[in-house]
Design a protein around this ligand. Structure first.
Ligand code: GLN
Length: 510
């Protein structure tokens, strides 16, 4: 064993189709790894071993009958617990939905099932996707597989950790302000936030509806492309779903040529908040691109300096409205007051008091305040204007360059409890990821190297709306250059869970 879990999804898929490995064997290998790794990382809220094995058995039978199957059929996947799964509880990381078993599948869940990917389970996350650390879960923290004293990022920290800890070759996450890309960066994995509206959100529990997107989390760019292709496409059940067809992401990911590629570097990449280790790794990756013939130019996008502020008004406003449905009257938790009359209003108040954690409460209060009659224009209105300026800055930049680059996060994985002391530190970790959500743009994070502290560094690429394939052509090429320099795949540097600090080259490197 061991070997199966070390394969990329693409490699596993080819062994499945050649008959070298069965899907049941593949699923069992990952279930074994989950059993070994979970005490250290806690990536999963729910493991659905029986369901996964049943799907695997079906796929093996269909393959034996010679049926035509999806290229990823039989390759197991882990799904963020914000995405509803018929018959399997879906908690959103919250006590509010601790016992909720959805009566339907999200469109992305249905796609995964139709394609025959066994679902290993539902991954841990910050409550209702609010956070950058996966500490804000009613189901305990997730630990970074590279260093279990560090956060895995968030909110899709469970999906990222599962992929990094070899528990799953593929995972699905959601990204409202960076929740796919930032945990990918902190765990040395690949994460993609697609263009807004290009992947269906039907059945994805809403955090901030004008920002939310579903996307792939994997160990390689090619695997992200393959999963992205499966997830994307128009869905009549999602009113924000775009009509455009899905271009061939897998073909784009096979690109190895960056000659003439124009890469704009966000000037903010050189800002004071970016740690030396992150900066060094970022610069080394840019140098590789330049040596291979890419044209690197630094660009000023001044409105991006205000993106974080705008996000922290728009996001909580939408959160406060989306979370209003959790009131003890419809589904999920219902709690009655201990004493006094049991009125509808008092049941709602008690349910929300017990059901939400403090980060959810903080954001609901912020949001209702920002939306209140006297402050609407001053806060929500101004934030929307900043959003327009951010979009314009990006539009101008993409007149000059093909893709934009920055570090994904300003630091490597940090310790637990930091945000309890100072929530701004946590909020600042998303400074590079949030602008893409405000503008609806696609973004990809891939590991560029290891910083002096032995922890992974993420490199972010951004592309214009609906040009997601550029992320794969540039990202696939950069990944190949980095692999060549390093002499192997990034993920293979994680040989033992939690041991990065001692095992890694403390001088840093690619
Ligand atoms: N970390 C950001 C937040 O706390 C982003 C969350 C997300 O993308 N879901 O809001």
């Amino acid at each position: 064993m061991g070997e199966i879990t070390r394969l990329t999804a693409a490699e596993l898929a080819s062994r499945l189709s050649s008959g070298e490995v069965s899907s049941v064997e593949a699923v069992q290998a990952h279930l074994d790894q989950i059993e070994r790794a979970e005490p250290l990382v806690n990536s999963f809220i729910t493991v659905t071993a029986d369901d996964a094995l049943a799907t695997a058995r079906q796929i093996d039978e269909r393959r034996a009958r010679g049926e035509e199957l999806h290229p990823l059929a039989g390759v197991p996947v882990a799904v963020k617990d914000l995405i509803v799964t018929k018959g399997t509880r879906t908690t959103a990381g919250s006590k509010m939905l601790q016992e909720w078993v959805p009566p339907y599948d999200a469109t992305v869940t249905a796609k995964v099932r139709e394609a025959g990917l066994p679902i290993l389970g539902k991954t841990n996350m910050d409550e209702f996707a609010m956070g950058s650390t996966t500490e804000h879960s009613a189901f305990g923290r997730t630990y970074n597989p590279w260093h279990t004293g560090r956060v895995p990022g968030g909110s899709s920290g469970g999906s990222a950790a599962a992929v990094a800890a070899w528990e799953a070759p593929l995972a699905i996450g959601t990204d409202t302000g960076g929740s796919i890309r930032q945990p990918a960066a902190l765990t040395g994995t690949v994460g993609v936030k697609p263009t807004y509206g290009s992947v269906s959100r039907y059945g994805v529990i809403a955090m901030a509806s004008s920002l939310d997107q579903v996307g792939p989390m994997t160990r390689t760019v090619a695997d992200a492309a393959a999963l992205h292709e499966l997830l994307a496409g128009h869905d009549a059940q999602d009113s924000t779903s775009l009509p455009q067809a899905v271009p061939g992401f897998r073909a784009a990911a096979a690109n190895r040529d960056v000659k003439g590629l124009k890469v704009g570097v966000l000037a903010q990449s050189y800002g004071a908040g970016v740690s030396a280790g992150v900066r060094g790794s970022f610069q080394a990756a840019l140098d590789l691109l330049a040596e291979a013939g890419a044209e690197i130019v630094e660009l000023q996008l001044p409105a991006l300096d205000y993106a974080l502020d705008a996000y922290y008004l728009i996001m909580p406003s939408e959160v406060s409205s989306n979370l209003a449905r959790f009131d003890g009257m419809r589904y999920g938790l219902r709690a009655e007051p201990q004493d006094g009359p049991v009125t509808a209003e008092r049941v709602m108040a008690e349910t929300r008091r017990q059901g939400f954690g403090w980060e959810a409460k903080r954001r609901i209060i912020l949001g209702t305040y920002a939306l209140s009659a006297g402050y609407y224009d001053a806060y929500y209105g101004s934030a929307q204007k900043v959003r327009t300026l951010v979009k314009r800055d990006f539009a101008r930049a993409f007149e000059q360059v093909d893709v934009l680059a920055s570090p994904t996060a300003p630091t490597t994985a940090f310790g637990f409890g930091q945000d309890a002391e100072d929530p701004m530190t946590m909020y600042l970790n998303d400074v590079f990821t949030i602008p893409a959500n405000l503008a609806g743009l696609p973004g990809l994070s891939l590991p560029s190297g290891i910083a002096g502290d032995g922890l992974p560094v993420g490199f972010q690429l951004l592309a214009p709306e609906l040009a997601d394939e550029r992320l794969y052509s540039a990202g696939g090429a950069l990944e190949a250059l980095l692999e060549e320099r390093r002499g192997g795949r990034f993920a293979d540097q994680l040989t033992e869970i939690g041991m990065a600090g001692s095992a890694a080259d403390s001088t840093g490197g690619i």
